[in-house]
Design a protein around this ligand. Structure first.
Ligand code: CAA
Length: 384
């Protein structure tokens, strides 16, 4: 067993760290406060090759491994989880799904610009549309319909809480084509945002990741060419589940970054702040909090790395990605809450960042499968 990172992986981590410090840190509080989408930062990520990290170079990607992706996600999430969620969705839900399951024509048309994050010099990213007002965890209960009309489908319905909702140019949309077949009647489609009948709802006013661009999207009689269906008829739910297994590594790494960022801020503050005549790091109450944070961060990192390594080595990572996500997201919530506690009154105001990390941590227990859904996946796997 080898825990050592390669030269290339270390370089990716350093590049992500520098990017986060130099480009994401300035203005992060204002973007959160005013719900400003970090367009400039995402555009720079595209130029760095971080929007299609694991896509093969012949399809416009950087050809990196999943371990490098986890490293980059952790570093960027320490500073700005609104930037990293946009990066995660484009990398693992959109580009990965297209690379694995699409035809050559679909790859040339959509994957190449999505992996580059740019088309004709403009930002070009994707979104993953599975959740609906009445189909969140219960994802097979799709109400959005796609009626087969021969060489095209007619799409109707509404999708909720869509990350990159208004900034994406391309949507991967799951819809029911034959309700009598249950999950086997679901298809996935590549839909362009500017097609007639597609409309973007109001931006959600969220607790955390407030810079990220979350909307509902509705479809009214949208004509989708059959050539834009992903895979065989009825493959849509399997497509969503397989793609989400990889997505969960990305969100686990985001949660890891929030946990690690919280820990690093608490550690730094404990060396500066004095109480009862000494720096608070000399008080055992603080030392124990830091010790627990450091341990949870390390355990979350190891689970993320194991899952990434499995994916890179062709091993089924459905179980490990759910374990990584449930553990890392609970570590993020715990570490960020404790980091606020270590900061005391300063932790409760915006200038010290930890209150934002605490608000951002919460969503990692909800999106790409709640902690309860991860436990369903884990328990089914260990009990089968
Ligand atoms: N790989 C392949 N096939 C799979 C699969 C997987 N990982 N998981 C399930 N399937 C198959 C099953 O084998 C089953 O097929 P059969 O009928 O042939 O047996 C079929 O799919 C239906 O599966 P289940 O019977 O397990 O379905 P279920 O109704 O019990 O639900 C669930 C399972 C795990 C709860 C699933 O619905 C789920 O993951 N829900 C959460 C959805 C989710 O993660 N949403 C996130 C939205 S995206 C997002 O958040 C992005 C963002 O913006 C950040």
């Amino acid at each position: 067993m080898n825990f050592q990172l390669t030269e290339e992986q270390l370089a990716v981590r350093q590049a992500a760290r520098d990017f986060a410090q130099q480009e994401c840190l300035p203005g992060v509080i204002e973007r959160d406060d005013k719900m400003i989408f970090p367009k400039e930062q995402v555009s720079q990520l595209a130029d760095l090759g971080f929007m299609g990290m694991m896509v093969k170079p012949e399809y416009g990607g950087s050809g990196m491994d999943t371990v490098s992706y986890v490293l980059a996600m952790e570093e960027i999430s320490k500073i700005d989880a609104s930037v990293s969620v946009c990066m995660s969705v484009n990398n693992s839900l959109v580009c990965y799904g297209l690379q694995e399951y699409c035809t050559e024509e679909q790859k040339q048309q959509y994957l190449v610009p999505l992996a580059q994050g740019k088309k004709d010099g403009e930002l070009y990213i994707g979104a993953f549309l599975l959740s609906e007002p009445e189909a969140g965890s219960d994802a097979t209960s799709q109400r959005t319909t796609a009626i087969d009309m021969g060489d095209y489908y007619i799409l109707n319905g509404i999708k909720n809480w869509i990350t990159n909702g208004s900034s994406a140019s391309v949507y991967l949309v799951m819809a029911q084509t034959d309700a009598s077949k249950g999950s086997k009647g679901i298809n996935a489609f590549i839909v362009e945002k500017n097609w007639p009948g597609v409309s973007v709802g109001a931006k959600e006013n969220k607790m955390g990741i407030r810079g990220s661009d979350t909307h509902s999207i509705s479809f009214t009689d949208v004509k989708v060419p059959k050539a834009n269906r992903i895979g065989e008829d009825g493959f849509g739910f399997t497509f969503a589940m397989k793609t989400l297994a990889g997505g969960r590594i990305g969100i686990a790494a985001q949660a890891l970054g929030i946990a690690a960022g919280s820990y690093e801020l608490a550690l730094k503050y404990s060396k500066e702040r004095k109480a009862f005549g000494k720096e608070i790091m000399h008080h055992q109450a603080i030392q124990f909090k830091l010790a627990d944070m450091a341990t949870k961060v390390e355990a979350a990192r190891l689970l993320c790395m194991k899952s990434a390594w499995e994916k890179d080595n062709g091993i089924d990572y459905t179980l490990s990605s759910s374990m990584a996500k449930v553990f890392a997201s609970e570590a993020a919530m715990w570490c960020s809450t404790e980091a606020v506690q270590v900061h005391g009154g300063y932790g409760y105001v915006k200038e010290f960042h930890v209150e934002r990390l605490m608000r951002d941590a919460k969503i990692t227990q909800i999106y790409e499968g709640t902690s309860e859904v991860q436990r369903i996946v884990i328990s089914r796997s260990i009990l089968k």
